[in-house]
Design a protein around this ligand. Structure first.
Ligand code: AMP
Ligand code: MN
Ligand code: MN
Ligand code: MN
Length: 280
């Protein structure tokens, strides 16, 4: 049987809209054989996902997507196949969760100043006691009719130079890679084409990442265009980085991204799962 990998997805534990259980079931129905749950800065959904995977005939890879600040930019590092019980990893993630809590209140205060009152408790309620993401603010703003959809709400309120934007003070690149490796996992640069870095700067990021012990980069991503995938494949080939693929699925509200609906890895790449032991 051929294996279908989707190594980047979100559940209600962060800013996805499906429970970890529903996510796993949907992935299995979509023909995914190996799914990584990679919520932002938390592994809280992994236990539920693992439980569901046992009934759904799908292999669950415990993962996380760590928010990193690199040269004043936010970059995401995916950790795959890690021990979610590892204290060093959890301590690191807790520091990011604490920053998220402060940032959420700060976003609320800044929006108040822009005349949008009482949004913080609404975003907090949407997050249901889990991590608060800008996505929760976006949904709350859309619910108030302040923009037609999530995409335009981000543009209007939640990106740099807009009223609800608070610059991140996320993990250092080396720290994020250390947490992942300490927990026995592999570190992968998420959606590298999405950061709008120049070729030189992207090369610098990948070089530093490798020096820290990072192993892979997403070549195939739900947020990469076909041209992005070809460019990232070329970079992976010459740099010797391993290649990963993931939809970055957040839920059925974004119909243009579906679990497991990804092109094959281009030829000449080493898959990040090369040394994984395949369960029968
Ligand atoms: P945060 O990590 O809380 O800053 O939120 C980042 C999340 O917001 C990303 O993981 C995406 O899911 C979402 N996001 C970021 N930019 C956009 C955008 N322009 N349109 C829609 N969603 C976005
Ligand atoms: Mn997200
Ligand atoms: Mn991301
Ligand atoms: Mn993601």
């Amino acid at each position: 049987m051929s294996l279908r990998y989707d190594l980047h997805s979100h559940s209600l534990a962060s800013d996805g809209t499906l429970s970890a259980k529903a996510l796993v079931q949907r992935a299995a129905r979509a023909g995914v054989t190996t799914l990584a749950l990679t919520d932002h800065d938390t592994t809280d959904g992994v236990a539920e996902a693992r439980q569901a995977s046992r009934q759904a005939d799908i292999r669950l890879i415990p993962g996380v997507e760590i928010s990193v600040t690199w040269q004043r930019q936010t970059v995401h590092i995916v950790g795959l196949n890690l021990d979610v019980e590892h204290p060093g990893l959890q301590q690191g993630l807790m520091s990011l969760q604490a920053f998220r809590d402060w940032r959420a209140e700060e976003i609320g205060r800044r929006l108040e100043k822009a005349g949008i009152t009482g949004l913080y408790p609404e975003a907090r309620a949407l997050a249901r006691g889990r991590i608060v993401s800008r996505t929760h603010f976006a949904h709350a703003l859309v619910a108030r009719g302040l923009a037609k959809d999530v995409r335009s709400v981000f543009k209007k309120y939640l990106v740099p130079n807009k009223p609800g934007y608070v610059a991140g003070e996320w993990a250092e690149l080396a720290a994020a890679v250390d947490w992942i490796r300490a927990a026995g996992g592999q570190a992968v640069v998420a959606h590298p084409a999405r950061y709008s870095l120049t070729a030189t700067k992207l090369k610098r990021l990948l070089g530093e990442f490798r020096e820290c012990g990072g192993e892979g980069m997403e070549v195939i991503s739900g947020s990469h265009s076909p041209d992005d995938m070809a460019r990232m494949a070329a970079i992976a080939r010459v740099s010797g980085m391993k290649a990963s693929c993931g939809s970055d699925y957040h839920g059925p509200e974004n119909p243009w991204i579906e679990l497991g609906r990804l092109p094959e890895l281009p030829a000449g790449l080493t898959p990040i799962w090369q040394d994984w032991v395949h369960a029968a």
